[in-house]
Design a protein around this ligand. Structure first.
Ligand code: UD1
Length: 349
């Protein structure tokens, strides 16, 4: 396939949520591949500190517009300003527990943001669309815990998960009536780690919801103790099992997705798992952290967290086949990079 950059034109890609965790790493990889990423982010769930690291990594200030994806007037200005060849839509809330407590916050932002982006993409003929989906669309896998894109889906376990499943459904419906679109739903497993340079990484606002930031914050003393949610699951050691994918590998999958879509003459819609194919339990993550950091972690068992899937990991062979992508980093690399990052942001709250 011919990468867009080889076609000699300036290739602007709209990256909604591009100042966020996965978005910022993707901006770096897009730039390295010759694209011009344009960030749309209102910093409601991102920290401006990331801009310093981004500037250093891409050797210039990123093109950044502080807009809310739900504000269609402001978003329209971006589409008028830049001749986008594609859009990667990250901007969304992602905390499973919070979504159970405040579902409308999730339906409003995650669904309306997607609908706005699609409206404008259609109006301005921006045909290549990559959507941040999640393995959460599989719900709790029955029987075999390794899922491929055709595995049966049960209902997602949370409103957050529903917004991803509904998002995919919206894209499928829009594709039916606009078959010229080229759409890829990237189903992320559990993104972790940070850029190996430790110039960018995850910046949880408030108490982290996700496991690895909680582990590293406990390691550095920002949190007193990690609670492991549940120890009586039918898994290798009683704790939940996930497929932890390094954020840089995940970011690279987006560049491959854009190149794949743009190489297609005709419209297409695909869903692709982005994971390593390996399952790791929470206790295994703690062990890896203790080895990497050379210190023991303060943790205890607590009750199960409502809405948790027990065990799931990716069959990532489609990503390999379609995108020529596979994970390069291991979970140990991811923990090492996350720990290095935590130590560089020790003074920030
Ligand atoms: C889910 C999605 C993932 C998505 C993410 C967004 C699934 C299987 N995964 O991740 O695709 O990107 O939401 O946030 O649906 N844990 C603790 N203590 C803590 C924090 C977490 O024990 O303090 C445990 C959780 O109970 C879970 C595991 O660690 O078993 C991973 O949790 P987390 O990092 O929150 O991710 P998921 O909910 O699996």
């Amino acid at each position: 396939m011919l990468p867009l950059k080889a076609m000699g034109k300036q290739q602007y890609i709209l990256v909604t949520g591009g100042a966020g965790y996965i978005g910022s790493h993707t901006v770096v990889e897009l730039k390295a591949a010759g694209f011009i990423p344009v960030i749309a982010d209102d910093f409601r769930n991102a920290n401006r500190i990331v801009l310093n690291g981004l500037t250093e990594l891409i050797n210039e200030e990123p093109l950044l517009h502080e807009v809310d994806v739900c504000n269609s007037t402001d978003m329209r200005e971006l589409f008028e300003k830049y001749p986008f060849v594609g859009v990667i839509h990250f901007a969304a809330y992602k905390a499973v527990g919070e979504s159970v407590l405040d579902p409308l916050k999730y339906y409003h932002n995650n669904i309306q943001g997607l609908v706005n982006v699609l409206d404008l993409a259609l109006e301005f003929s921006v045909l290549n669309v990559v959507f941040s989906s999640s393995c959460t669309v599989y719900g709790e896998p029955e029987g075999v815990k390794v899922v491929n894109e055709d595995s049966p889906k049960s209902k997602p376990n949370s409103p957050y998960g529903n917004t991803k499943a509904i998002g995919e459904q919206i894209l499928a419906d829009v594709f039916k009536s606009n078959p010229e679109l080229k759409i890829m739903n990237l189903r992320y497993f559990n993104p972790v780690g940070a850029h190996p340079s430790a110039l960018i990484g995850e910046f949880p606002i408030g108490k982290p919801n996700n496991l690895l930031p909680f582990v590293t914050q406990t390691g550095i003393g920002k949190q007193q103790e990690l609670t492991v949610f549940g120890n009586d699951y039918p898994t290798i050691d009683g704790t939940c099992v996930r497929d932890y994918i390094h954020v840089v590998d995940l970011a690279k999958a987006h560049v491959k997705a854009i190149n794949f879509l743009s190489s297609k003459e005709d419209g297409v819609i695909e869903a692709v798992n982005v994971g390593t194919g390996n399952g790791t339990s929470i206790l295994e993550v703690i062990n890896i952290f203790e080895e990497v950091a050379g210190k023991s972690l303060n943790w205890k068992f607590g009750p199960r967290r409502p809405g948790d899937v027990i065990e799931i990991y990716a069959d990532a062979s489609k990503a390999n086949r379609l995108l020529e992508w596979q994970a390069e980093y291991t979970i140990s690399d991811a923990v090492e990079h996350a720990w290095k990052w935590e130590q560089t942001i020790v003074d920030y709250e």
